[in-house]
Write a protein that binds this ligand. Structure first.
Ligand code: AMP
Length: 557
């Protein structure tokens, strides 16, 4: 398929907000894709590989400016100017290609296959072990070659794909429904969803759809390809918990660690996060623990990896452990600084899929297949009971030991990947507060004029070393506090525009809130609902991280 055909569809998709319309447009495209369908599905999601695969294109906006410059001969300043003006480097690329000063002698018509192949080649370069600058130069050259063959509007979408910024408003559900419409008259979305939950690979599912329903239903678990984790519903009381999961139920401690799906295939081990990222390299200690303490040669274990303080063995919060997830170097050092214990709680596969077996049996098999060793690998603290008092006791013990609360699980239930079905529920105390920096404020009007009122709160994005907005707070403050805040913020003002001021992020406040929502309006992508001031955190000089906000958002679901 010509890339221009896909780009036409991208434009149609960009022009509508309506999900149903998007589904129709995609279904038409899928029907016409024939042997290109696998690639088309991925590109429609703005990807070049299935969700669970590791390689990423790894090119920043700044690098992309160099690429556009190389491909079109236009000045970098010019490119940056259009980028600023239009707010999207895709548009800038389009403009530059329209008026390029360099012409290729023989330009090729781009196909979907060419675009995917080329971008995959770029993503794979990270594996070649080249120095950073050689790696980036090679990447630039490959992408520049694509752009120099592209029509202006094609350059727009190639740029967005490279930067992982396609933003077509197409999620999993839309692709699932479009495949269903294209191949099964909209009658088998559940089968498609199931196949996707098992494979995390829409290109694979799409191919199966072309071959027929039987093929879709034959897709199954494969070792070393993560499946979606089963998620928990939230309950507020033990009674509600029992109502949801039935009696008797399994009660586990809920640890504040990292969900890990551990695959063992012929004795080799891989570790995946809940977002399906392969973090095996970051956790050599987990690999070793599993090699030595898990008996099965072919299995999938669902677990929580919990970090602890090497000095006194006490559990550390996820936020500290999360350092290990992203780290690609100094792994041995970090392993000593932040040691972990693996706490398995479910067994999804043991020489065969156990998904349809009741949890009671999976739990028993799990315990038969591991050898427990303290601070290395131990199944979670677990009881089975019908008594509320007993649950309450466990809950209190869990909290006083520094854990998050408890999980209640149905003993009869199967394992449902990707679903927040009520087979397990979590019971946590009230919402955790966040320590946030004040990054801006607004001069008040009326009675409080002369004081800074509405406060803009920011969390800290460790990756980019900047503060991103997560909410605005005007309540919970007394007059005295408004005055105090004004005094504190005045010397920190860096910019004023109308009534709005920007300030250096040096004042940290502890905020309570109702919940965290996703929000495109705030730079962090998240918004606190009804944030209230609890207290100043004079003792702190750095706000909680974006990672923590994300974690709390995920947790509350
Ligand atoms: P959620 O992810 O929102 O469904 O909430 C449950 C999360 O708590 C899981 O994803 C795990 O990462 C974590 N967790 C901690 N302890 C346990 C446990 N004993 N059983 C299941 N999940 C646990």
């Amino acid at each position: 398929m010509k890339y221009s055909k896909l780009v036409e569809t991208y434009q149609q998709l960009d022009q509508t907000q309506a999900t149903l319309e998007k589904t129709d447009i995609l279904a038409e495209l899928f029907k016409e894709s024939d042997e290109d369908l696998e690639h088309v599905v991925l590109l429609a999601l703005g990807r070049i590989y299935p969700e669970w695969m590791e390689p990423e294109i790894g090119v920043s906006s700044q690098t992309m400016i160099d690429v556009i410059h190389q491909a079109t001969g236009r000045g970098k300043d010019e490119i940056e100017e259009v980028w600023k003006e239009k707010g999207d480097l895709g548009f800038a690329a389009e403009e530059m290609v329209k008026n390029k000063t360099q012409q290729k002698l023989m330009s090729k018509t781009l196909t979907v296959e060419m675009v995917v192949d080329r971008l995959r080649k770029v993503a794979e370069m990270d594996k070649e072990g080249l120095s950073q600058s050689v790696n980036q130069d090679k990447k630039k050259k490959e992408i520049a070659d694509l752009i120099s063959n592209a029509e202006p509007v094609e350059a727009r979408y190639i740029t967005r794909t490279v930067l992982n910024h396609l933003r077509l408003g197409i999620g999993e559900g839309t692709v699932r429904d479009a495949l269903d419409e294209a191949f099964f008259n909209g009658e088998h979305s559940e089968d498609i969803q199931r196949a996707y939950d098992f494979t995390n690979d829409f290109s694979r599912v799409a191919k199966a759809c072309q071959e027929g329903l039987e093929e879709v239903n034959s897709l199954d678990i494969e070792l070393f390809r993560p499946i979606k984790s089963m998620l928990a519903k939230k309950v507020d009381t033990i009674e509600e918990g029992f109502d949801t999961v039935g009696k008797p139920a399994a009660i586990d401690y809920k640890y504040d660690g990292m969900r890990a799906q551990i695959h063992v295939k012929d004795g080799d081990v891989k570790v995946f996060t809940r977002r399906l990222e392969d973090v095996t390299k970051q956790f050599p200690d987990v690999v070793k623990a599993v090699e030595e303490n898990v008996k099965s040669e072919n299995c999938i274990i669902d677990s929580e990896i919990v970090g602890y303080n090497p000095e006194d063995g006490s559990t550390i919060p996820f936020q500290r452990l999360s350092k290990r997830i992203k780290r690609k170097y100094d792994i041995q050092k970090l392993k000593k600084e932040i040691p972990v214990e693996v706490r398995p709680f479910d067994l999804i596969y043991d020489e065969e899929s156990l998904l349809n077996q009741p949890y009671r049996e999976r739990w028993e098999k799990l315990n038969n297949s591991i050898e427990e060793e303290e601070k290395i690998l131990r199944s979670v603290d677990h009881e089975e009971t019908s008594e509320e008092e007993k649950v309450q006791e466990m809950q209190q013990k869990s909290l006083s030991d520094g854990h998050e609360g408890i999980m209640m699980k149905s003993l009869d239930a199967e394992y449902k990947p990707g679903s927040r079905v009520g087979y397990m529920v979590k019971l946590k105390p009230v919402m955790e507060t966040l320590d946030l920096a004040i990054i801006g404020a607004k001069w008040s009007e009326g009675r409080r004029s002369g004081w800074l009122g509405r406060l803009y709160l920011g969390c800290y994005d460790e990756e980019n070393d900047e503060y991103l907005e997560v909410g605005r707070m005007a309540t919970g403050l007394t007059d005295k506090q408004f005055q105090e805040i004004t005094e504190k913020l005045k010397p920190l003002i860096t910019k004023e525009e109308g009534r709005k001021v920007e300030v250096r992020p040096e004042v940290i406040v502890e905020a309570e809130y109702e919940e965290i929502q996703k929000s495109p309006e705030y730079t962090s992508g998240y918004a606190l609902r009804f944030p209230r001031m609890k207290q100043f955190r004079e003792d702190k000089d750095e706000a909680d991280s974006l990672e923590k906000v994300k974690g709390l958002y995920e947790d509350q679901k």
